[in-house]
Design a protein around this ligand. Structure first.
Ligand code: ADP
Ligand code: TRP
Length: 327
C-alpha cells in the first residue's frame, strides 16, 4: 500500500491557500492510502523561536484539521515532536547534506533576508528535517502546494543519495501530489503573489462573515477592460482564480462573460465572491469552534496518532541504523 505524508506548521490559523493547496488533497487521499498527517511544530521554531504556548498552537491546527474532515479513523494525525525517531533520521540525513546545496534553497535565502538577525542552522537544514518527516514513513506521495516544490526536490535528492551511499533501496522517491496533476497556487487578493500567513493577505477558515466581506471588498482591482476579450492583468486574474476555486462554474462564466464584454462590475463580483467564500468556510468554522472546545478529544486523537506514527517510524529507523552500521 502506498504511503502519504504531509504536515503544516502551527504558526497561525489555516487559510484558503492551505486548504486548497494541501488539506483538500489530504481528504482525497485518506480513503485510499495509508496516511500520516502531522503538525510541524519543530519546523515552526526556525522562524518563531519563542512560540509561546506550543500546546495551544498545536491544538488550534488540530481542531482545524478535524473540522476540514481529516478523519482519525482513516489517517494517523500526530504532532511532529511526539515522534523523536524523526530527529535521529534528521541527524543521519544532515551528515550527507551539503552546505552549498542547502544555501541555494530559495526559501532559505528568502527567510534569511527576512530575518537577518536570526539566520539559524535550523533554517538552513529545514529541507533535511522535512525530508526526515517524509522518509521516516517511506512515503510515496506528499500533498503540498506549489511553494513546496523545491523542498520536495531536496527530499528526493536526499532519498536517492542515501540509497546510493549505502547501496540499498530503502527509501522510495517521494513525489508531490496534487489532484489533477498540477500543484495549486491560491493567489492573494492584494494584487500579486500567493495567499500566505506571512504575506498578510490570508483569508482564514476561522474568519467570520464580516471579516471575509471586508477582506474581499478590499481586493485590488483596476478601472476595468476597455477592449473586449482583453488579457486580465494579474490582480484581476487573481480574483477570477478565486472565483474558479470557490464559486460555481456558472458564476465564473457569468463574470467572465461580463469581463469579456467590458461590462464587469467589480463590486458585484467581489460581493458574490465573498458570499461564496463564506458559504464554503462557514460550516468549517462552526466545526472548528466545536472541536476547539473539546481538548480531551483532541488530546486523545493526537495520542493515538502518535502511537501509529511512532510504530512506523521505529520500523524505519531500525533499518536505517542497521544499514549505516549501528548494529
Ligand atoms: P503559509 O505560506 O501561510 O505560511 P505554510 O507554509 O504553512 O503556509 O503552508 C502549509 C501548506 O499549505 C503547504 O503545503 C503549502 O504548500 C500550502 N500553501 C500555503 N499557501 C498556499 C497557497 N497560497 N496556495 C497553495 N498552497 C499553499
Ligand atoms: N515545509 C512545509 C510547509 O511550510 C511543512 C512541512 C514540514 C511538510 N515537513 C513536511 C510538508 C513534510 C510535507 C511533508 O508548508
Amino acid at each position: 500500500m502506498e504511503i502519504v505524508v504531509s504536515g503544516i506548521r502551527p504558526t497561525g490559523n489555516l487559510h484558503l491557500g492551505n486548504y486548497f493547496g494541501a488539506v483538500k488533497n489530504f481528504l482525497r487521499l485518506q480513503d485510499e492510502y495509508k496516511c500520516f498527517f502531522f503538525i510541524a511544530n519543530w519546523h515552526s521554531l526556525t522562524t518563531h523561536p519563542h512560540p509561546g504556548d506550543v500546546t495551544n498552537n498545536v491544538r488550534k491546527i488540530l481542531a482545524e484539521y478535524l473540522a476540514c474532515g481529516i478523519d482519525p479513523a482513516k489517517a494517523a494525525i500526530y504532532v511532529q515532536s511526539d515522534v523523536k525517531e524523526v530527529l535521529e533520521l534528521y541527524l543521519f540525513l544532515n551528515m550527507n547534506a551539503y552546505l552549498g546545496e542547502l544555501q541555494r534553497v530559495t526559501s532559505f535565502k528568502e527567510k534569511a533576508r527576512k530575518q537577518p538577525e536570526n539566520v539559524n542552522a535550523g533554517l538552513l537544514t529545514y529541507p533535511t528535517l522535512m525530508a526526515a518527516d517524509i522518509l521516516i514513513h517511506k512515503a510515496h506521495k506528499v500533498p503540498v502546494g506549489k511553494d513546496q516544490e523545491q523542498n520536495m526536490e531536496m527530499a528526493r535528492k536526499f532519498a536517492r543519495r542515501f540509497n546510493t551511499i549505502y547501496g540499498v533501496e530503502l527509501f522510495p522517491e517521494p513525489e508531490s501530489y496534487s489532484f489533477g496533476g498540477d500543484a495549486v497556487k491560491v493567489p492573494g487578493l492584494d494584487g500579486s503573489g500567493k495567499m500566505g500567513k506571512s504575506e498578510g493577505n490570508a483569508i482564514y477558515l476561522i474568519d467570520d462573515a464580516a471579516t471575509i466581506r471586508k477582506k474581499v471588498m478590499k481586493a485590488v482591482t483596476d478601472s476595468g477592460p476597455t477592449e473586449p476579450n482583453s488579457v486580465k492583468p494579474e490582480p484581476i486574474e487573481n480574483l477570477f482564480k478565486m472565483l474558479q476555486i470557490v464559486s460555481s462554474p456558472d458564476t465564473y462564466d457569468y463574470f467572465n462573460e461580463k469581463y469579456n464584454t467590458c461590462q464587469v462590475r467589480y463590486g458585484d463580483l467581489k460581493k458574490q465572491l465573498a458570499e461564496d467564500i463564506i458559504n464554503f468556510t462557514h460550516p468549517i468554522r462552526e466545526r472548528i469552534l466545536d472541536f476547539a472546545a473539546n481538548t480531551d478529544y483532541m488530546d486523545k486523537v493526537a495520542k493515538e496518532g502518535a502511537d501509529k506514527a511512532r510504530e512506523s517510524a521505529l520500523h524505519t529507523i531500525r533499518e536505517v541504523r542497521e544499514v549505516i552500521g549501528f548494529k
